[in-house]
Write a protein that binds this ligand. Structure first.
Ligand code: ATP
Length: 374
């Protein structure tokens, strides 16, 4: 059984509709119920800020700070974490400095919010992800990159550096006579970063596929088959150095075309994740709404299991409105699966009765107007 990571205390200040909140928790799951607009998702979003990035809404920090506050917000937690008990505090100061998020670990300022990954992994599933299979490829790439990031903390930096090099190359190509040495330098950077980014994505899909294979069919949630395509397809058995040279060559021969297009037309930023319902052998986008939701739940649970297996620590799960579209049997099966992962899960819904199958495995809290009560 993986080691359990759980929040024992959560404190918010000026976070969305919470002027202030202090909540003591224990190792049980947390069920948040309340009317629409009460602040359930906001509370989950606050927990999602205990991972690097902009949280489960991908929000601008300025939007997160409570309207009427001075523009900063904070999220503080005490945690039984991957490295023992720890206090984590994160937030922004507002004003000019409001754009970057600070992190303090046991009262000491950390170099980067990436250090959160030393203490916990957080995965989430929200209604906004319902369109994952039918929406644009950017959403699926981001979804995949979050999966990779949960196991490989370097992935985020590689992706950011790749994007930065690509933007510089695009800008340089828009100039009348770009410096070829500078261009080659940027392209070499893109080749190294791009290949290692794509490599990490392929590796993640391979691990996930093996885990899904081992678990077989027969769960309440269907198994998915996953494939990445659109960048160096069929080449991933070759050594990374060869692939870097190949991509570098593609960038160099594509300069005129990319200059005309105003963007880089080939690279890992163009690949797409193809997801199929395995038992039906049907692409996910063509499955029914309910089937898509079940596939997504299955995928997130498989990923959570993978994180638990590989790190030895079960991730904290944020499941927003997860029970709403499931029948009673599926709901009970979901709760058993979530509980079986061995981590702490936060779940929201409008009706407490929907969670009855969880019994005393969860703590039940009511949210109203940015306040939480038993
Ligand atoms: N920066 C902010 N300052 C103050 N209030 C905010 C801010 N951002 C959002 N809100 C408010 O927070 C409220 C609660 O939103 P939240 O998404 O948490 O609701 P919820 O309980 O999950 O509801 P639902 O069941 O409809 O999903 C909304 O009324 C919204 O207007």
């Amino acid at each position: 059984m993986p080691h359990k990571v759980f929040l024992t205390r959560l404190k918010l200040a000026d976070f969305r509709n919470y002027a202030g909140l202090a909540l003591d928790l224990d190792e049980r799951h947390v069920v948040l119920t309340g009317e629409n607009g009460a602040g359930k998702t906001n509370l989950m979003e606050a927990v999602s800020f205990l991972s690097p990035g902009r949280g489960l809404r991908r929000a601008a920090y300025g939007d997160v700070a409570r309207v009427g506050s001075d523009g900063g917000f904070s999220v503080f937690t005490e945690l039984e974490g991957m490295d023992g008990s720890v206090e984590l505090g994160t937030g922004t100061l507002g004003g000019e400095e409001g754009q970057s998020r600070r992190l303090r670990i046991n009262g000491t300022t950390a170099k980067s919010v990436d250090e959160l990954l030393d203490h916990l992994r957080i995965l989430w599933l929200t209604p906004a992800m319902d369109g994952l299979f039918t929406g644009g490829s950017g959403d699926r790439r981001r979804f995949l990159d979050r999966l990779v990031l949960s196991l490989d903390p370097e992935h985020g930096r590689r992706a950011t550096d790749y994007e930065r090099a690509m933007r510089s190359r695009n800008k340089l190509l828009s100039e009348p006579r770009p410096d070829p040495a500078w261009l080659t330098g940027l392209e070499r950077q893109m080749a190294e970063l791009g290949v290692s980014m794509a490599h990490a994505r392929h590796e993640m899909l391979g691990l996930l596929a093996t885990l899904i294979e081992q678990n077989g069919e027969g769960s309440a949630f269907p198994a998915a088959s996953l494939a990445l395509s659109g960048f160096l397809d069929g080449e991933w058995h070759r050594p990374a150095v060869d692939l870097e040279e190949q991509y570098l060559g593609m960038l160099q021969t594509g300069r005129y075309r990319d200059a005309a297009a105003g963007r880089t037309l080939e690279g890992p930023h163009r690949s797409d994740l193809f997801i199929r319902h395995r038992a039906k052998d049907m692409e996910a986008a063509r499955c029914s709404t309910g089937e898509q939701k079940a596939l997504l739940v299955g995928l997130v649970l498989a990923h959570a299991r993978l994180v638990a297996n590989l790190t030895g620590h079960a991730p904290v799960l944020l499941l927003d409105e997860i029970a709403a579209h499931l029948d009673e049997g599926r709901r009970a099966a979901l709760f058993d699966l979530v509980d079986g992962l061995g981590g702490q899960a936060f779940m929201t819904g409008t009706d407490r009765a929907m969670f009855s199958a969880l019994g005393d495995r969860a703590r039940y809290l009511t949210v109203a107007n940015g306040a939480v009560s038993e």
